[in-house]
Unconditional design. Structure first.
Length: 117
């Protein structure tokens, strides 16, 4: 399974950015698809994902500002990030969970989001 992420870049505080991710390869099962992020000096944290039921799940710090959605193509997901804050600055990693007996993650290459205040 390969994941290709795009988007990201530099935005001012209060601005918006959009991330996209496309998964390809042999995907027999898709439990979830979404995004983690890792800020400098911090642990990687879950940002948002879409589960197998199509529901978007968010970490509290991004609720009301970020929206995750499925793309038009199969195995694609978008993350619309509005009202960006400096604390959103991080490398964002797309992932898919394809595990049959528990979580099994595949990761994208990471894309940098920088929010200037």
């Amino acid at each position: 399974v390969q994941l290709q992420a795009s988007g990201g870049g530099l935005a001012q505080a209060g601005g918006s950015l959009r991330l996209s991710c496309a998964a390809s390869g042999s995907i027999a099962r898709l439990n979830a698809m979404g995004w983690y992020r890792q800020a400098p000096g911090k642990q990687r944290e879950l940002v948002a994902f879409i589960n197998s039921g199509g529901n978007g799940i968010y970490v509290d710090s991004v609720k009301g500002r970020f929206t995750i959605s499925r793309g038009n193509a199969k195995y694609t997901v978008n993350l619309q990030m509005n009202d960006l804050k400096s604390e959103d600055t991080a490398v964002y990693y797309c992932y898919v969970d394809t595990g049959a007996d528990g979580p099994f993650y595949h990761w994208g290459q990471g894309t940098l989001v920088t929010v200037s205040s």
